[in-house]
Ligand binder design. Structure first.
Ligand code: SF4
Ligand code: SF4
Ligand code: SF4
Length: 325
């Protein structure tokens, strides 16, 4: 029987997750239409839609850490956010490598760019300079929330009409996109064809945060210098632009744990996923399987303990939605 390659596994998981997110988006659209009285079809709000609100979840996390209060406005969002952080701590940036639909879009754009022979490799000082903005944005958000904002401000934001309607506003951004926004999105997509993983590598503050956290993960890709034939294939396929072929252990914040380097390496066991603490070699699929497992465990725990669905009355949410116009 033919073995599943890391590339096929990643493409399939990303595709399935993207389909799931489209379904979630569609269910939320139906929910919104019903709430504002444009449809008679009563649909429950899909909690997973709150996974697209990382900034709101960052504030909720501070509230949880400082006051021990679990957010009831977007509880599913906080659950997903914590799961993704735990994921990064244990199995690196598996969220970026396998679960985030934007990562899938960039995987597709990269494939298109390679087919067209239009990709540009960004390296050295230029790469360093281009990596800075996402870390500045990430530091700004973390500093603002964890240092500058006090408990009262956090509470006021969490219970503001703005936060209650955040996912609806995000949906309306895409369904009623302005010309300027459409041009920016189109520009980013074109850049994603030319510069592999442009948004993920150089602009996404969420990915930057997960990258920093993932440096504490015991799991990393290791290269066996003795068996390596220095073909450079691993570096060419790396979405993080990492020079895998000259490193011994890849513990970069840019590594998304996609294991594409392992899949393309012509030498058996030259590149492996390794537990850095025990030095035990793990199967290549441990990052993908671990990421999915952690997400499902958190989902099940939140559902079981009533930390997934918001207890706020729908009438209150309806009033806020009606004000969005
Ligand atoms: S870097 Fe950001 S957009 Fe890209 S896969 Fe990670 S979280 Fe998603
Ligand atoms: S080093 Fe390997 S696992 Fe990490 S991002 Fe690059 S190709 Fe993926
Ligand atoms: S693909 Fe494998 S053999 Fe080739 S440079 Fe990378 S680690 Fe070495």
């Amino acid at each position: 029987m033919k073995k599943i390659s890391p590339e096929t596994a990643r493409d399939s998981i990303q595709f399935a997750m993207t389909l799931f997110c489209i379904w979630v988006g569609y269910r939320f659209y139906l929910f919104y239409q019903w709430m504002i009285g444009k449809s008679d079809l009563a649909v429950a709000k899909p909690g997973a839609v709150e996974g697209f609100l990382p900034i709101s979840s960052l504030l909720s996390l501070k509230q949880l850490v400082t006051k021990g209060i679990f957010d009831e406005v977007h509880p599913a969002g906080l659950t997903i956010f914590i799961a993704v952080i735990v994921m990064s701590l244990i199995v690196r940036k598996g969220f970026c490598g396998y679960l985030c639909p934007v990562g899938f879009i960039h995987n597709l754009l990269n494939k298109i760019g390679r087919k067209l022979g239009k990709t540009v490799t960004i390296k050295g000082k230029v790469e360093f300079g281009m990596l800075i903005p996402k870390y500045i944005a990430m530091t700004f958000f973390v500093y603002t929330v964890f240092v500058k904002m006090g408990g009262r401000e956090i509470d006021a934001f969490i219970h503001s009409p703005y936060n209650f309607t955040a996912e609806a506003k995000m949906m309306l951004f895409f369904t009623n996109m302005s010309q300027t926004a459409a041009l920016i999105v189109a520009g980013l997509l074109i850049l994603g064809i030319i510069i592999p993983y442009f948004w993920c590598r150089f602009l996404c503050p969420y990915g930057a945060l997960l990258g920093i956290i993932s440096k504490a993960s015991p799991v990393a890709i290791k290269r066996d210098e003795n068996s390596c034939i220095n073909c450079g294939r691993c570096s060419k396929v790396c979405p993080g632009g990492i020079e895998v072929d000259i490193k011994q252990t890849i513990n970069s914040a840019e590594c998304v744990g996609c294991t594409q380097c392992i899949g393309t390496c012509p030498v058996d066991n030259c590149l492996t996923v390794t537990d850095r603490l025990s030095r035990i070699k793990l199967p290549w699929y441990v990052i993908a399987a671990g990421s999915i497992f952690i997400l499902l465990i958190y989902y099940a725990a939140a559902k079981y303990t009533n930390h997934w669905d918001s207890p706020y009355p729908l009438e209150m949410l309806r009033n806020y939605y009606m004000q969005l116009g």
